[in-house]
Design a protein around this ligand. Structure first.
Ligand SMILES: [Zn+2]
Length: 417
């Protein structure tokens, strides 16, 4: 069956997104649906019910991920599955699309197939990850890490939330909701997510496919001068540590701008000592953060930042210390999946671009292990993690169709091969 013949139902997807947004609705605005809270349990019950309507069998794995399984009649489910999903948890007063869109679009893929009388040629699973945001257990993408086998059952037993409740007990409590079953092996992972940034809307685009999950480098830079009286110390005799830090902040702005590409540099934290109005700062300590979708740009910027830091120290007669850099490398995304995403979007007349993902997402965990596609739809005003997070319904439907086209094409191609 040609996948082009199967269409998602935008109205149904919208009403489900709206219904899910009411679960964990925060009286102050937005959604506060933290993992393993009663709101999350209710969401797992509701979404599992929709999975059933879509012809999938809902199950819970050892980390509380809700997995809807669709096994084609022609197979015993032994083949690795094609998966699509995202997370069900939210940040405090978060938006109604972050995570929820990817979860419900994946369910809609299955439901659209069922409505069209089409069947999977390969096992399909829709996944609602339990804990991506890291609010409860302090680890980002916790339950997708478990899914891929990064965290053992033994390790999971030691994980407790801020109130000392074990994750294992929280998951066990859900056995009365849906049956417990080990997660199936996957052949590919797809995630549809809101952009959470301003680029797509600003450029009038319908979507983007991620080329990589951006890498990040951080260091602490400390300038030491002499604290002294702010009145009696002449300007020419000062060793003001904040002069150095200020020059560095602006130098990093120039460096990131003129490095070109997608690199960004941020100084988001600055401490000044002794920190009094009438004292020349004797010490200024800042945290620099660099991000880019290209590893070589990060390396270039780290080197340039160190040279700048030291040069500025000499200029203002300050002692400079640059800490060790902490670095999380760029996670590249399968190029053939990117091409496939672009081709499917073009076939529907959608205007999409390639760009790095500036946030992690569950896809970050899958990308090093299997063909992965991370698809973005525009966020109004670039706002996310906020009650005003918004994506136009047109883009919600378009994004879900994009996901369905890719999922069904891959299932068919792999089975044909
Ligand atoms: Zn998210």
């Amino acid at each position: 069956m040609d996948s082009a013949a199967v269409s998602v139902n935008g109205d149904r997807l919208r009403s489900r997104l709206e219904a899910l947004a009411r679960i964990g609705a925060d009286p102050r605005g937005g959604v506060s649906r933290f993992s393993f809270t009663p709101a999350h349990t209710e969401a797992v019950r509701l979404v599992g019910g929709w999975m059933r309507e879509a012809g999938l069998t809902p199950t819970i794995d050892g980390a509380g991920n809700l997995i809807g399984r669709g096994v084609p009649a022609s197979s015993n489910g032994a083949y690795p599955a094609i998966a699509a999903g995202s997370h069900l948890d939210s940040v405090p007063m978060g938006g109604m699309f972050d995570g929820a869109l990817g979860v419900l679009a994946a369910v809609e893929c299955a439901q659209a197939m069922r409505d069209a009388g089409a069947s999977w040629t390969r096992p399909f699973v829709s996944i609602a990850f339990a804990d991506e945001e890291g609010n409860q257990f302090g680890v980002g993408c916790l339950t997708s890490r478990f899914f891929v086998g990064d965290l053992s059952d033994e390790h999971m037993k030691t994980i407790k939330d801020a109130e000392g409740r074990a994750l294992r007990d929280r998951v066990a409590a859900w056995e009365s909701v849906w049956p417990r079953e080990q997660a199936p092996p996957l052949a590919a992972y797809f995630e549809l997510h809101v952009e959470q940034g301003p680029k797509l809307e600003a450029e009038g685009l319908d979507g983007a496919v991620a080329t990589a999950i951006a890498g990040m480098s951080r260091a602490t830079i400390t300038y030491r001068g002499h604290a002294n009286h702010a009145g009696t110390t002449p300007m020419t005799l000062r060793k003001d540590a904040l002069w150095g830090a200020s020059a560095f902040v602006l130098a990093m702005r120039r460096l990131a701008l003129y490095t070109g590409g997608d690199a960004v540099a941020t100084v988001g934290k600055l401490d000044v000592e002794p920190g009094a109005t009438n004292v020349v700062p004797g010490l200024a300590r800042l945290r620099i953060e660099l991000r880019s979708g290209r590893e070589e740009l990060l390396e270039q910027l780290r080197g340039a930042a160190e040279i700048q830091a030291r040069g500025i120290g000499m200029e203002y007669e300050l002692h400079v210390e640059v800490s060790e850099w902490t670095h999380s490398p760029v996670v590249p995304i399968d190029v053939s999946m990117q091409s496939m995403a672009l081709a499917h979007a073009a076939r529907r007349g959608a205007r999409v671009v390639r760009m790095p993902s500036w946030a992690g997402h569950d896809a970050k965990i899958f990308a090093p292990r299997m063909p992965t596609a991370l698809l973005f739809v525009p966020s109004k005003g670039g706002i996310s993690h906020h009650p005003h997070e918004w994506t136009d319904w047109k883009h919600v439907t378009q994004g879900a169709q994009w996901l369905l086209d890719m999922v069904t094409a891959l299932a068919r191609n792999l089975s044909d091969g």
